[in-house]
Design a protein around this ligand. Structure first.
Ligand SMILES: [Zn+2]
Length: 157
């Protein structure tokens, strides 16, 4: 993965001030091109990250909102899924943080000035996509030609 790209989607720890910070990242089709293979075909997600900086750790709250495009499980045409989710991650410089159900703890070295959020952002979008995605579920219709082929019916319903 290219350094400049990774840098663009990272927390610059020394630059963050103690206390509250707000960062914003746009996760879109350009972002996805940096992954060799992706289950997410396309997306446009606005990620707002609230960062509380302490001496021992960063307490980060992610709010993701937008859409992702994946294959429909029935007709295999692309389908746009609306996405909105929240995640909390503690990036800890020490080894003494306790994890809870609604927050993840990631240990990082204090000598590591940039915390890449690339994989986290990708995973958060992946988690926000339902397990099963069908056009009907979001009030759209599956591709009639493909449905005709799948069901073997000659008339379109
Ligand atoms: Zn469909």
């Amino acid at each position: 993965m290219k350094k400049a790209f990774e840098r663009q989607y990272s927390l610059d720890v020394p630059k963050l001030r103690m206390g509250h910070n707000e960062e914003r990242y746009i996760v879109n089709s350009e972002f996805l091109t940096h992954f060799e293979t992706s289950y997410i075909e396309d997306c446009e997600v606005d990620a707002v990250v609230q960062v509380e900086k302490y001496h021992s750790h960063l307490d980060t709250k992610f709010h993701l909102k937008g859409w992702a495009q994946v294959e429909c499980d029935r007709c295999l045409e692309l389908i746009k899924i609306p996405i909105e989710s929240n995640h909390r991650v503690i990036y800890s410089f020490s080894e003494k943080m306790e994890e809870t159900d609604d927050m993840e703890v990631i240990y990082i070295s204090e000598n590591q000035p940039h915390i890449s959020l690339v994989q986290d952002l990708y995973d958060f979008i992946g988690i926000a996509i339902p397990f099963r995605n069908v056009h009907e579920d979001i009030g759209e219709q599956c591709d009639p030609k493909i449905m005709q082929y799948i069901t073997g019916e000659s008339d379109l319903v």
